[in-house]
Ligand binder design. Structure first.
Ligand code: 9D3
Length: 228
């Protein structure tokens, strides 16, 4: 998979791709990530990428021209038309089903917004799909873009040494994960549930299944109601 990011803060991305699964996936040739400075497509002397909103109001709006130019240039870097995503608080909330869908693409272009928002004509002209990572206010789309990359890359074939762990996760089955324990069996009198020490694999499986359901019911009941 190829992933391109368009941002006015390319430096925010440098480090995050150098650790963990994303790094391993890059080294294995499973994914190629390119980060672009939107300012390279700003044509005026000050390389302006934002301007005041028509109709008034607070803050600034990202200009349509550099965004469209950037996406057109990036589309030409690969054959076919990439899947274009704008990270936006107005977007559809990200979930694991969407992550899985994105992970099946050959080429993703992620556009990180800043300021109050992006000129709506960019969305119309480019056909970008708007995605939010949740109902809280961040200062831009860069961290959401990193979230999408992290979630997508770990699903790519070859990114994780044990592919079972990718699909046994929370949300893949619509319930939370079961709780985990490791040594010591007794820490300050707090003991690991006896069944996990028993060696009875069927009993362990049943305990995990029931704790996962129980915890989902008490913490995230809406996951059970939304189950497909
Ligand atoms: C009062 C209007 N604000 C909308 C909630 C303006 C506004 C706040 C923050 C406009 C843009 C932003 C920057 N945020 C993002 O670009 C963003 C985001 C987010 O803030 N939360 C969750 N997901 C995302 S994806 C992009």
């Amino acid at each position: 998979m190829r992933i391109d990011v368009v941002t006015i803060f390319p430096d925010m991305f440098r480090e995050v791709f150098d650790f963990g699964i994303v790094r391993r996936a890059r080294e294995a040739g499973v994914v190629e990530v390119h980060v672009h400075d939107l300012r390279s497509w700003a044509r005026d002397r000050h390389r302006t990428t934002d301007d005041a909103p028509y109709g008034g109001g607070p803050g600034m709006v990202m200009k349509v021209e550099p965004l469209v130019m950037a996406c057109e240039a990036i589309a030409e870097m690969s054959d076919g038309s990439p899947r274009l995503v704008l990270l936006s608080p107005r977007g559809a909330p990200l979930n694991q089903a969407k992550v899985r869908e994105l992970s099946e693409e050959d080429h993703l272009v992620l556009v990180a917004g800043r300021y109050e928002g992006v000129d709506e004509r960019f969305v119309e002209i480019s056909g970008a799909e708007e995605i939010s990572i949740g109902d809280y206010v961040l200062s831009g789309g860069e961290i959401p873009a990193m979230v999408v990359i992290d979630a997508v890359v770990r699903l790519l074939p070859g990114a994780i040494s044990d592919p079972q762990s990718a699909d046994e996760d929370s949300f893949s089955h619509g319930v939370l994960d079961y709780p985990h324990y490791t040594r010591p069996a007794d820490f300050r009198g707090s003991r690991v549930p006896e069944v996990l020490l028993s060696g009875d694999h069927a009993a362990v499986r049943e305990w995990r299944r029931s704790r996962a359901l129980e915890d989902t019911r008490s913490r995230r009941p809406e996951l059970l109601r939304e189950r497909p």
